[in-house]
Design a protein around this ligand. Structure first.
Ligand SMILES: [Zn+2]
Length: 344
């Protein structure tokens, strides 16, 4: 009873750091003119709140430092906390504690910002973004993928098959609780592009119902089964259709090394990587792949976050292969180009 539906599904799928010291520090440098990839809000708006300095933050007006970090005292002994502040022409970000941020910092936008050891915003350092997508689950392998995502503070998008979620409901719940994006991938995983509009509605509606019971709402995004498109799919689904530009072919070779190698070789800023949490080898390479992508300068985000970060509007019936920085037009051709390069 437990094994049979999964086995049948797999079969079907296979077919298819000095204390209170005022410090005169830093060479104050001219802000360089750099590529404007940060939003205007980051460049122009101070969001830091002025607060009375805490007991730990004594000192003279200006910059002060202790073992806990740098802070800035105004003449009235207030400090800046929790946001952006321009001082002497440089952009800084202050933590809620009032200490100056350094390194990669989440300032509330999808992309993190980089602050050098003086705490100065360095827009020459840009994070790259990538969306990992896992289809056809949840399954007995999903927890291994979620363990890796949780370990590295990463996000992914799961295109969920309803009949799998009916059985692996705790895995779907965990995806949701960890802040992963959940997308619709039909209830029984038929070739949607071979179905009538009514049949497509039934498949997606049933999957919406299963997912909504856990998440409270129907998913905003759909991945057509097999990436298959038809006029009926585009017209009746009426939601953004999420494809991919990096196909690991994990379902075909069922090999963790090949899945890892293809993802690492083909990924670029804005990529959507296709994998399947239905299969053990795809889950087995998740830890290695996530840590390697982060070491390579990528932040792992959901599909919706990726689109938002690079300014894409997601339209119903629109097909999206990737969200490269700087424009929609080339998405489709890039995807085809990658396939040709690899397959040649
Ligand atoms: Zn699928």
């Amino acid at each position: 009873m437990v094994v049979i539906p999964v086995a049948v599904f797999v079969l079907v799928f296979l077919l298819t750091r000095p204390l209170f010291t005022k410090v005169t520090r830093r060479p104050v440098q001219e802000p360089e003119q750099k590529e404007e990839t940060q939003t205007e809000e980051i460049l122009d708006t101070d969001t830091a709140v002025v607060k009375a300095a805490s007991d730990d933050m004594k000192g003279a007006p200006g910059w002060n430092v202790s073992d806990s970090g740098w802070w800035y005292l105004n003449d009235d002994m207030t400090t800046f906390t929790g946001g952006w502040k321009t001082i002497d022409g440089q952009r800084y970000y202050f933590k809620d504690s009032g200490y100056m941020a350094t390194g990669w910092v989440n300032t509330g936008t999808v992309k993190d910002s980089y602050f050098d050891s003086y705490g100065i915003l360095d827009t020459s350092k840009q994070q790259k973004l990538v969306a990992l997508t896992y289809d056809d689950g949840p399954s007995a392998n999903t927890d291994k993928v979620l363990d890796a995502l949780e370990k590295y503070g990463a996000k992914a998008t799961f295109f969920v098959v309803g009949m799998q979620a009916d059985y692996y409901t705790s895995q779907l719940q965990r995806e949701y609780d960890l802040g992963m994006e959940i997308g619709n991938h039909s209830y029984t995983h038929p070739w949607l592009n071979q179905l009538t509009p009514d049949e497509i509605d039934e498949e997606l509606g049933h999957d919406d119902d299963v997912i909504s019971k856990v998440t409270g709402s129907a998913p905003a995004l759909v991945r057509p089964t097999g990436g298959g498109i038809s006029a009926n799919v585009i017209e009746s689904i009426n939601r953004p259709l999420i494809q991919w530009d990096v196909d690991t072919l994990d379902w075909e070779h069922l090999d963790a090394d090949q899945t890892y190698d293809r993802a690492m070789r083909l990924v670029q800023d804005g990529s959507i990587i296709l994998m399947h949490d239905l299969f053990a080898p795809s889950a087995d390479c998740a830890d290695r792949m996530i840590s390697s992508l982060q070491e390579a300068g990528y932040k792992l985000v959901t599909v919706s976050e990726l689109a938002e970060a690079y300014g894409y509007d997601l339209e119903p019936g629109g097909q999206y292969y990737a969200f490269y920085p700087g424009g929609c037009e080339e998405n489709r051709t890039k995807q085809q180009g990658l396939d040709e390069i690899y397959d040649a």
